[in-house]
Design a protein around this ligand. Structure first.
Ligand code: NAP
Length: 320
């Protein structure tokens, strides 16, 4: 089969298409014919060698995919060959024609979700749900600011926020992105680069501020978030690309909480609940991943450049 291989950490050009042997499912494993693979920012940090966890070289990137079950190993009963599925992690990498996953990481795909959309499920939606529901403990009636709503995690956060009855404010850096955020159901849409951003958040929350902020770029926004969050508000740091100076007094004055999160820290029980909630949302139509662009598998280097460029617009996926 064809797969993207990384033999050295570095620039996007280290992503090379190669022929490798087809994986064979062992006990408790599932082989998937990948129809689309999701590209996440973390894939680029790992490829560059700057991420805390470094895979052994060579490796095939990617944790998210939609596809069809090709074969199952001994003891796998919840899916069968021919089933449409999405995966939440792989053993052999998703940027490939086939991927091997542990059975617990293979999930039935509701009919209304296509394969490119399925590749945009795991990291974006599980991160959004874990942050909003399990960590920030969102309750209907809360006001949510999705700070960076035009990309994968942000779009999922807007949709989940709407589905659980929140008032949602979403931000994007371009007009095209803001239009997308509006279409996802955000009640208020703002430009995160606006000079008077804090005042605009005040206007749309009647001066209270958001109860929850899901933050996609904490090194730019955390100090500002502490100033605009509501009394007893919760800020969940999802994305961060550097250091920032904050004034803890801004948080003290509001009994505010800053909560870090890593999807990899989610427990098995949390993951089980996340996938149950996502399945329900995909099935009833309240959740639908937005695919902004599709690249051919061999164009993985271009996809890695695109995912780090400003002007996010939904998910970027690779089609083998
Ligand atoms: P993405 O699809 O590339 O989207 C990035 C988002 O950040 C876009 O909405 C972008 O908006 C926004 N952004 C850019 N500049 C911003 C600013 N100054 N203020 C607020 N938002 C800004 O990436 P993603 O998949 O949604 O992931 C978002 C971040 O979360 C990434 O840093 C990723 O590594 C991280 N993440 C962390 C976890 C975890 O476990 N902690 C899991 C998944 C993702 P515009 O382009 O419209 O400006």
């Amino acid at each position: 089969m064809k797969a993207i291989r990384v033999c050295e950490f570095g620039e996007p050009s280290v992503l090379k298409m190669e022929n490798v042997p087809d994986p064979v499912p062992g006990p408790g494993q599932v082989l998937i014919a990948v129809k689309a693979a999701g590209v996440n920012p973390v894939d680029t940090y790992i490829r560059a060698g700057t991420y805390a966890k470094r895979p052994a070289l060579p490796y095939t990137p990617g944790s998210d995919a939609g596809g069809v079950v090709e074969a199952v190993g001994a003891g796998v009963t919840h899916v069968r060959p021919g089933d449409r599925v999405y995966v939440s992690g792989t053993l052999t990498g998703a940027y490939a024609e086939k991927a091997l996953s542990e059975a617990a990481r293979v999930h039935p795909l509701p009919d209304r979700i296509g394969f490119p959309q399925a590749a945009g499920i795991y990291v974006p939606y599980a991160t959004a749900y874990q942050s909003l529901v399990h960590l920030a403990r969102a309750r209907s009636g809360d006001t949510l600011l999705v700070h960076g709503a035009s990309g994968g995690v942000g779009g999922a956060s807007v949709q989940i926020g709407r589905a659980v009855g929140l008032t949602v404010i979403g931000t994007a850096g371009t007009e095209r992105g803001r239009q997308l955020v509006r279409e996802q159901g955000a009640h208020h849409v703002l430009d995160h680069h606006a000079a008077d951003f804090a005042a605009q958040v005040g206007n749309v929350t009647n001066g209270r501020g958001p109860d929850i902020i899901l933050e996609m770029l904490a090194n730019v926004n955390l100090a500002k978030d502490l100033q605009i969050v509501a009394h007893r508000g919760r800020i969940v740091v999802i994305g961060n690309r550097g250091a920032i100076e904050i004034n803890p007094r801004d948080g003290m004055a509001k009994d505010a909480t800053i909560q870090g999160m890593l999807l990899f820290n989610a427990t098995d029980d949390e993951l089980r609940r996340i996938h149950a909630a996502l399945y329900a949302g995909f099935e009833n139509g309240s959740l639908l991943p937005v695919v902004g662009s599709e690249f051919r598998l061999e164009d993985a280097p271009k996809a890695h450049e695109a995912v780090m460029a400003p002007g996010a617009f939904g998910k970027i996926v690779l089609i083998p």
